[in-house]
Design a protein. Sequence first.
Length: 547
Amino acid sequence: MPGLRLSLILGSLLFFLQSCGGGPQGAQPSWRKRAQPDSEARTPSNVKLSHAAPEYNSLSREQVPDNALIREILKSVEAASVAANTKPPVPDARLFAALGDLAAISPKGGPIPYTFIEFALHRRGIIEPSPNLLIIEGDIDSPESIAEGLTERLSEMLSAGRFARVGIGTRRGSDTDLILLAFQESHLTTRPIARELPRGGSAGIEGVLAPSFSEPHVWHTGADGQVTRLSVSLIGAKGFRALFSCEQETGRQQLEITAEDASGSTVLANFPVWCDERAPTAVPSIGPSSDPPPKSREEAEERMFKMVNQDRAKHGLPALKLDRRLVSVGRKHSDEMLETGHVAHVSPRTGSAGDRVKAGDVRTAVVLENVARAYGVGEAQLGLMNSPGHRANLLSTDVSHVGIGISLGEEVAGRRELLVTQVFILIPRPIDPRKVKRQVVAKIQAVKAMGESGALTQVAQQFANSIASGMPTEEASAIASKSLDANVGNFTRVSTLVTTVSSISSFEPADSLKGDKISYFGLGVAQGNHPVMGDGAIYLVILLGQR
């Protein structure tokens, strides 16, 4: 057999229990028959997969295998951890089983598809994102030489000390053997979560975050592709609980648990639940390759930009415009992630996405960001769309422009590692003042029935025009006060509400209209430049009068 060969696949994507029976007590669930989609292929008859876990994070019946190769590799892992002064990752029986399946179904001589990795993890009840995966080609019957060849790579991988689990899977070959070695992060624990639910069934999602995380969120993508955020109750310092129901859902549902740490919002778990359907037992089919390796960052960025707008078009959303300033912002962040090996939203060098956009001389009221690591442009976009939190950014109705920056890293089995940053902002379009006025008046009247005063509206419009053109608010207020004294003498009191928004959808006047004696209003609407929101900010001036 040829000498040892190592390839590293890093965790694909970065950026969120106990099941409760549905229906009558003691009723057996009924399942709809589901045709096998064209995108899936049946598992070859000669591939024996381990049994699927009935729940996520349930107690595993599997045992960590014991043979000479596994013992030697685990000894090397422990030695590398001790040398790096970090806690060794714990051998995880579920991860061993998942990697055994993955080794059995992986294509020969090529990279392992993202969909294969996710299939194997979910089948074994693992909810955390994809692990860092070492692909080793060597001789299973020479465990000492394989372990020795891993020494340098293990020291490099384990030095950060962030991995909680380790797993190993193998497959014998005619010319060379395949060994998969995976290290996975885990920053939460949960009670078992049902993988399949009957119609009307529900699942409690109850967990505890690691000490460094806070602010848990649970996201849901339904079979219709729409993203919602589930209501979360906090339990103690780090616990949380949410409830997912199949009352209105059928088919595959994607759930995600995110939380905040020093790196920003991070995906801690991302997994499917099937409503009124069985979870698939077939290995996903990759078919002919439609995701060729990009020849340059420019080509990769252009292809992803087209994919973003194709995904938006599928959901009836307008295309985003490309902003070259955002491309530069994204490239700089992707270059930094490639250099540091740390994929995150918050950088110790450049701060948050909002900080980077501001440093790029881009002014906007809305900044959304997706970051990812993958080995194909299509794989990256697929993974982001498969993550409810990232999907919500890609399909947001509150953005108008995007910039995508991609850095090309190490080559693995003929494919370059891709570090991806997608930056979304809103540049408001020119408004129709009459239409905006009608929308604002409707919002005001919905809160409190009042009459509109022509005299108050005239003063409010002058005020709005002044501040939209750049006049300081204090100066415009003084001019408005003189106009009120001279022309609006039939009100005993007039109060002023001045606000700036990027879109009328974000204007909520309820808290400002609570005065019992307010009976009339005047409204001014203008559009202009704002130091934070940039061009196209909408200035609203509302004068509230009482007789």
